[in-house]
Write a protein that binds this ligand. Structure first.
Ligand code: DGP
Length: 114
């Protein structure tokens, strides 16, 4: 059996996280290493390794996650603008093999990213 990812351990309540939202499909919590004044991660409770691993049956879930991201941006007062980032694969900067969406805001965000 493969080892649980750190995010699966957070979902299972084995390690703590600063949770800002939870429902039956997803969990949102503050990133431990914030890159902006607001940096929240939104993750599906379903174990999906990366964007590459998203199946057709997951499309409604992905839509739901984006509605949660939009609603969290409003709740967290990111009305000036924000960024949603998915790092995919090693060269894409992905370090945790559980699909996650970064919600970043609270400062001007430069472009292009590094
Ligand atoms: P990525 O590089 O896209 O795979 O982003 C993984 C993010 O997860 C990174 O910004 C740091 C964050 N992270 C890693 N471990 C933990 C943890 O145990 N708790 C929390 N809250 N965030 C974590």
């Amino acid at each position: 059996m493969t080892e649980k990812t750190i995010f699966k351990r957070i979902i299972d309540g084995e390690i703590p996280a600063n949770v800002v939202f939870e429902d039956d499909q997803c969990l949102a919590f503050h990133d431990v290493n914030p890159q902006a004044p607001t940096h929240v991660l939104v993750i599906p409770k379903k174990e999906i390794a990366s964007l590459e691993a998203v199946a057709d049956e997951d499309i409604p879930l992905i839509g739901h996650l984006h509605r949660v991201l939009r609603d969290l941006a409003r709740q967290l007062d990111l009305g000036d603008g924000y960024r949603v980032v998915v790092n995919c694969g090693a060269s894409g900067g992905q370090t945790v093999d559980h699909l996650h969406f970064h919600l970043l805001g609270g400062r001007p965000l430069g472009w292009p990213p590094g």
